[in-house]
Design a protein around this ligand. Structure first.
Ligand SMILES: [Zn+2]
Length: 336
């Protein structure tokens, strides 16, 4: 059994606030005298019974953490720590999702908020050796017109490399809003050359996934695991070349599946789906990137299959062809 932290991989589903180290959260809370909910501190989200996991408990914890990010210094720290943690887990490329709207009030608007993140991502790439690119993610909890504003902003910083915006996403509660109403924002992002990676297919099933696919035209789906419930839909997704950002710990923590063994990873792979494992919100799920590969190993993936998953993550990333070639060769070295 080879060391999974040494397996070269790309990390394509990680949220800015959710990437925070627990020690950092505790430190920020103590300097602002904020009381943290016990669920954030106990370090074991799965101790909660399956029927009490659910979205709203998650959302409360997330909001508590986000409310502590109130300065440029903290924003820069989070990006750097996310990159350093990824580096220690064999990640070569981190595509970090952020909605700059949440931090705009503390730094003078959404434009400076995004510029701080991008500058921090460029610096973190140098310091960690991990390419850190940014996905600007609109929120389903805000008005679709806000998403258009964000898409226009994201397009101004579009690129492929570290410290640039590579994609546009749509995050937060899948059940909120009418998916088609975000179509115009995704059109702006697409015309501006950005890849598209909305969330879909975690909390809701095939019908909703179909809506996301047809209305938003994703390059990758954030999650997409529930597409496994409809083989014809999964075929359509595979045929369209849409990769799936699968986050097993998130699925179990949110109560989508009772236990890791129920995550339909094998079904997705057997169908030919290109999968990139992601940690989503390690702060809240107490499970980081390498842990997702450990879960895959516990589901029966041998080292060859785990290397295939790593290759899938690299191929599904938006890194340059030269970077991808180099990392794929490193996966071969890991297997040798
Ligand atoms: Zn997510």
């Amino acid at each position: 059994m080879r060391d999974l932290a040494a397996l070269p991989k790309a990390h394509l589903h990680l949220h800015f606030t959710g990437s925070m180290r627990l020690e950092t959260l505790v430190e920020l809370a103590s300097t602002t005298r904020t009381r943290l909910p016990a669920s954030l501190l106990d370090g074991d989200p799965l101790r909660v019974p399956a029927d009490r996991r659910g979205w709203f408990r998650f959302q409360r914890a997330y909001d508590t953490a986000r409310a502590l990010v109130r300065s440029e210094e903290t924003m820069r720290r989070l990006v750097l720590e996310a990159a350093l943690d990824d580096a220690s887990e064999g990640s070569r490329r981190l595509e970090l999702q952020v909605d700059p709207t949440s931090y705009a009030p503390y730094v003078g608007g959404i434009t400076p908020a995004l510029e701080i993140i991008l500058d921090a991502a460029a610096q973190a790439s140098v310091l960690s050796g991990v390419e850190v690119a940014i996905i600007v993610a609109a929120s389903r909890m805000r008005h679709p017109l806000d998403a258009r504003t964000l898409a226009r902003l994201a397009v101004r910083y579009a690129g492929q490399g570290p410290g640039e915006v590579v994609g546009f996403g749509l995050s937060n509660d899948e059940r909120a809003g009418d998916t088609a109403s975000w179509g115009p924002a995704f059109d702006i992002a697409r015309r501006g050359g950005l890849a598209l990676m909305p969330h879909g297919g975690e909390l809701l099933g095939p019908r909703h996934v179909r809506e996301v696919v047809s209305a938003l035209g994703p390059t990758r789906l954030g999650h997409g695991v529930r597409a496994s419930e409809d083989p014809a839909l999964l075929d359509q997704i595979v045929a369209a070349g849409i990769s799936l950002e699968v986050c097993p710990a998130s699925n179990v923590s949110l109560g989508v599946y009772r236990q890791a063994g129920d995550v339909p990873l094998a079904a997705l792979l057997e169908h030919g789906a290109q999968v990139a494992l992601g940690a989503d919100d390690p702060l809240l799920f107490a499970s980081r990137l390498t842990d997702q590969y450990e879960i895959a190993r516990s589901l029966g993936c041998d080292d060859r299959a785990l290397a295939d998953l790593a290759r899938g993550s690299i191929r599904a990333s938006l890194a340059s062809p030269a970077s991808k070639r180099a990392w794929l060769a490193q996966v071969e070295d890991w297997l040798a």
